[in-house]
Design a protein around this ligand. Structure first.
Ligand code: UGY
Ligand code: MN
Length: 218
């Protein structure tokens, strides 16, 4: 945890950034007494997910725990109440046509759908299915014992935060026990698989650079 310009009063932990080869940044931010956060650079889009406390976006939307906001490039600052913890994703937005407007919402099991027909693995897509978005953010909820149906590989990368429960994440040919609070960067083409273990389900928030060419140019 460090202090960071523009985030006075907050502690900042950057877990994933371009310096390790990612094309996005994922940071945890927490504040004991409340703070405001910097506006985004002009071409940088943001996605905020509130873990505890509350976050207010520039347009006055208040995000309670498990609330989220997509903030189009160049969005304004944020206000974090005392005791807030949040995760911030930032990336250089690749526009396709008109840049989408802000999107707000919250985790809602009622909006989740089975992944490939498996109702033990429910996915809530947090952003509209629309090619104007160059990213996907999903919450994946696994019943105990549920797993991805196969080892996936794709040219898109991921940033992941375990929200609840745990299990085993396979990355390439290594297997990692993971639990609440763990974060994972999956680079492009990394073989990946997850199986949930334990008595309660596992949930994770996952970012995917999406609707882009493999050359990442649009
Ligand atoms: O959408 C995805 O690529 C997702 N199923 N990947 C993952 O959970 N590791
Ligand atoms: Mn994947």
């Amino acid at each position: 945890w460090i202090t960071q310009p523009g985030w006075q009063g907050a502690e900042f932990a950057c877990l994933i950034s371009p310096d390790i080869g990612a094309r996005f940044a994922m940071s945890l931010i927490r504040t004991a007494s409340g703070c405001s956060g910097a506006a985004a650079p002009e071409s940088v889009a943001r996605f905020v997910f509130c873990i505890s406390g509350s976050v207010t976006t520039e347009d006055g939307t208040v995000l309670p725990p498990e609330g989220f906001a997509f903030i189009p490039p160049g969005g304004g600052g944020l206000r974090l109440d005392a005791g807030t913890r949040m995760v911030l994703f930032e990336w250089r937005f690749l526009p396709r046509g008109e840049v989408p407007a802000a999107v707000n919402g919250h985790f809602d099991p009622g909006k989740a759908a089975p992944l490939r027909g498996d109702d033990w693995l429910m996915v809530q897509k947090l952003l509209p299915v629309d090619e104007a978005f160059d990213a996907e953010f999903n919450i994946m909820s696994f019943r105990p014992g549920a797993s991805l149906a196969y080892v996936e590989t794709h040219f898109m990368e991921h940033g992941l935060l375990m929200l609840d429960g745990g299990g085993v994440y396979r990355l390439d040919d290594r297997w990692y026990p993971v639990g609440q609070g763990d974060a994972i960067w999956m680079g492009p083409h990394v073989p990946q698989w997850f199986g949930a273990l334990g008595r309660k389900g596992a949930r994770y928030l996952i970012y995917k650079n999406y609707n882009r060419s493999p050359l990442n140019v649009g």
